[in-house]
Design a protein around this ligand. Structure first.
Ligand SMILES: [Zn+2]
Length: 282
């Protein structure tokens, strides 16, 4: 992969992208050399942009990377502050801890800019919320988006329906990252994939648009991809995903499941059913 930065791209973005791409080598992702001829171009565009052109050029905007970063850090810090040890049931979490203030600022900024209801600069937050673990999870999340686009170059033309190609690119991207030789950071990589797919659900929940025509429904994308790797019994990953849905449904004032579930996987299916029925009502 070649990396190209357009004029006006910030230095911290360049650093993040370079170190995210070199993670692919560090964790020895199998077969990444098949993408040697693809250029990843970072633009200074002010809206969400992540696409592949002519199977050879991936364009991602600086704004997209800022949103992925802000959401990743805010989501991880939310989980850290509030969600250790909660039960698999409908969650109405009271967000009163002062440690949450900075993350909340990032979350609100990212949600508004993702919805494109505002175009503002990423707010400066106290750096201590950005632990190195959080930053690595952000890089895996960014790599999930990059990998999805990379696999379009492999899957292009293979399917009758474009939505099938999208589904396959998700699966390939997930397995590409998770099946690297190094098992270090296994859960962190999974959280990176989850954070990437959660971003699409954040857009869905706050804009009432879960796609389902160009791409599979956003909630199916997160459940189906993580199911490639984890069974229903894995409370660590499903608990993380449930917490993030609980956060955004609370923010949006959407009623949450109230029953007590067997495990977090069943709970996430409960959340999915609520979002599904919200679509049928609209
Ligand atoms: Zn795609």
């Amino acid at each position: 992969m070649k990396i190209e930065f357009k004029e006006n791209v910030r230095e911290d973005i360049k650093k993040s992208v370079n170190s995210a791409i070199s993670l692919l080598d560090d964790i020895k992702v199998q077969g990444s050399n098949r993408f040697d001829d693809i250029t990843i171009c970072i633009t200074s565009d002010d809206d969400f942009l992540c696409e592949i052109i002519f199977n050879q050029l991936i364009r991602i905007s600086q704004k997209t990377i800022d949103i992925i970063r802000a959401l990743s850090i805010a989501h991880l810090s939310f989980y850290d502050i509030y969600c250790k040890g909660v039960n698999p049931e409908g969650q109405n979490i009271e967000l009163k801890d002062s440690k949450w203030d900075d993350s909340k600022t990032m979350l609100t900024w990212a949600t508004d800019n993702l919805k494109q209801s505002t175009f503002t600069e990423l707010p400066i937050c106290k750096r201590e919320i950005e632990t190195s673990e959080f930053v690595d999870a952000f890089k895996y999340s960014l790599l999930f988006f990059v990998s999805h686009e990379l696999f379009h170059s492999v899957n292009n033309g293979k399917f009758e329906q474009p939505i099938e190609e999208e589904r396959q690119c998700d699966f390939d991207a997930t397995l590409f990252l998770m099946n690297s030789f190094s098992d270090n950071d296994y859960l962190l990589k999974a959280k990176g994939v989850a954070l990437g797919l959660m971003l699409l659900n954040v857009y869905g929940i706050h804009s009432d648009d879960f796609d389902g025509y160009k791409h599979p429904f956003t909630y199916n994308r997160i459940i189906d991809n993580l199911s490639l790797i984890f069974g229903p019994e894995n409370d660590k990953i499903w608990g993380f995903v449930v917490a993030l849905f609980a956060l955004h449904l609370t923010e949006r004032g959407i009623k949450q499941p109230t029953k007590k579930f067997e495990n977090f996987y069943e709970c996430i299916i409960g959340y999915k059913e609520i979002l599904e029925s919200s679509i049928t009502k609209n």
